[in-house]
Ligand binder design. Structure first.
Ligand code: BG6
Ligand code: MG
Length: 218
């Protein structure tokens, strides 16, 4: 019996994946490091530090330089998310969240981002969310299962009572390790390991999720 849905935030409820990309692109340009959207796609869902280390590749930098670059990218990102309004919710998101609330299905956000609270406030969906887990909640980030297990615990549910909705391969891995059913949003090439793959949440209802995830659907 499913009792809750745990949503990733960036790239699932709103297109902040694009803002993370722009922040990293600006930093990479300033540092003269080759970077593009394709490389960025491999960073989807990774925490700030891991993302920067991946961008730097073989370039060695001191810890101070690393910190400065992380702060700089975050400044660019924070500037971009200041512009977010409820109009930036992706299609179908508000409708699905309202339907879940009506059906008394619990809702959590589990995001690796330290800016998750701000983004949720700006999107105006705080009243629909039961629990927010973010980049401050656990030590080990996705693909470790910790953040999703923490979210389930906060919702007072067991892992097998939870569905996770993610746009990142690392997030699907984390949710599978946590023993949860997974819905991947995006191309099959990226999300092929999910139990159900959908392009986005437009016109997606509770019944569609349950039907798509049922063993018979396989
Ligand atoms: C994840 C994003 O949700 O949060 C990543 O998908 C991002 O792109 C990570 O790096 C950390 O976010 P922040 O806001 O703490 O730098
Ligand atoms: Mg994401």
């Amino acid at each position: 019996q499913i009792g809750g849905v745990i949503f990733d935030l960036d790239g699932v409820l709103t297109d902040t994946a694009e803002y993370h990309y722009r922040g990293w692109q600006k930093l990479a340009d300033e540092e003269g490091i080759p970077f593009d959207r394709q490389k960025n796609d491999l960073l989807r869902g990774l925490p700030r530090r891991e993302s920067l280390l991946a961008i730097l590749g073989d370039c060695t930098v001191t810890e101070d330089q690393l910190q400065e670059m992380m702060e700089r990218k975050n400044r660019y990102y924070v500037q971009l998310i200041e512009e977010i309004t409820p109009a930036d919710l992706l299609p179908g998101v508000n409708e699905l969240l309202e339907e879940l609330q009506q059906k008394e299905i619990k809702i959590a956000i589990a995001s690796a981002s330290k800016n998750a609270q701000t983004v949720i406030e700006r999107l105006g969906i705080g009243h629909l969310i039961d629990v927010i887990c973010d980049g401050y909640s656990v030590q080990r980030s996705k693909p470790a299962p910790d953040l999703f297990l923490y979210a389930a615990c906060q919702l007072d549910l067991t892992p097998d009572q939870c569905i996770v909705v993610e746009d990142a391969a690392s997030g699907i891995d984390a949710a599978s390790l946590a023993g949860m059913l997974t819905v991947g949003l995006g191309p099959v090439e990226r999300l092929g390991k999910a139990n159900l793959v959908l392009p986005n949440l437009e016109n997606v209802h509770w019944a569609d999720l349950i039907a798509g995830l049922s063993p018979k659907a396989k």
